[in-house]
Design a protein around this ligand. Sequence first.
Ligand code: ZN
Length: 301
Amino acid sequence: MSLPDNVTFLGGLGKPRVLVGYLVDGGSEAAIIETGPSKLVEEYLSRAASQLDTGRLGWSLVSHVHLDHAGGAWRAVELYPDLRVGVYERGYKHLVDPSRLAGSAREALGSVYDVWGDIRPTPPNNLVGFKDGEAVNIGSLTVRLIGAPGHAPHSAVWYLEDSRVLFSGDALGIYIDSGATRFVWPTTPPPTYDYDLAIATIGKIKKLKIDAVCFPHYGYSANVDEVFRLIDEGFDVWFEVTKQAVLDSWGTDVILEQLSKRLPITPLLKDEYLRSLILMDIRGMLDFQQKKMGVKNGYKT
Ligand SMILES: [Zn+2]
């Protein structure tokens, strides 16, 4: 199970590990996938620099403007003034003026916000907005942005056409590979998560010819059939359990217990950071279920 020569896995970034890095090398030019949050930019850039001659890192391609993916765009540009940051056009304005984004992130994230660090404006001269389906050349390679709403309205994925590698952002969920066990849990944060759109996005992505999927959280797989089976399973479980939670007014403990019966999340709940993410994703999915069913506060918190 390996990646093609033009993609390098840069390993886990941060403590707690926030994401894993990928370097796409097109010869005359290279790109990192995501910038990561501001607190991890230096670690990410030095990891990338150890693989490259200086000056070849021309791009960072971010999947969406959540802080763990693009919160460090401003800092990356501060350190590499010629770096261009490619972003879905729907997220562009939030990187130029992140005040609204930072406000809602602080509210939704609590202590996780401090793990990621601040977001500040990215100079528009360094930002390039991409439409759904538009591509960028990284040296000899072509990487295409594909709009992937659901996780957030500004969510996208990047597809390296030459090697058929998909950089999935948060559109396909979080991939956990602990050796013996592999599973996916969908990342469904409040307040804009839309499950129906996310499922439509997965259907759209499945139509691509894909040889490997690179998840920023937390690894890659070239066993694409298995990955999409795990995605379908994880999304189904998340949907069914939270739907029942709204109907039967379950509290968080019951929801976690029911999820644990069907997905191996129990070891993750012992990790404070991952537990916060799972609880945030439960909140986002309950919000979605309530909107869909037209009920308010139908569950106990
Ligand atoms: Zn996200």
